[in-house]
Write a protein of this length. Structure first.
Length: 91
């Protein structure tokens, strides 16, 4: 049985593959993992400071910027790599 997620659920309460998924809220990710903003901006999602980031998921923001499903998957993978290995940003 899959756990139902409502708006009161915190990102820590959700057990998913990696800390971030395409369905993760942009503002929540940037708040919890500030280093993720560098990855988002490198992929052309400069909305990390935009008011819409409070409402949009990674997938929604990426689709608005015409990113393909493969690009969204790559973006999520890169965010998770940087979260697990922050030193990657300095390379």
């Amino acid at each position: 049985m899959q756990k139902e997620i409502d708006k009161k659920t915190k990102i820590d309460d959700v057990k998913l593959k990696g800390p971030v998924t395409k369905d993760s809220n942009i503002a929540d990710i940037v708040f919890k993992y500030p280093q993720a903003s560098d990855v988002l901006m490198a992929f052309g999602l400069h909305c990390v400071g935009c008011f819409a980031s409070a409402f949009d998921t990674i997938a929604q923001g990426a689709e608005i910027h015409d990113m393909s499903a493969e690009e969204i998957e790559e973006l999520v993978d890169e965010i998770n790599k940087v979260i697990e290995n922050p030193e990657l940003l300095n390379q």
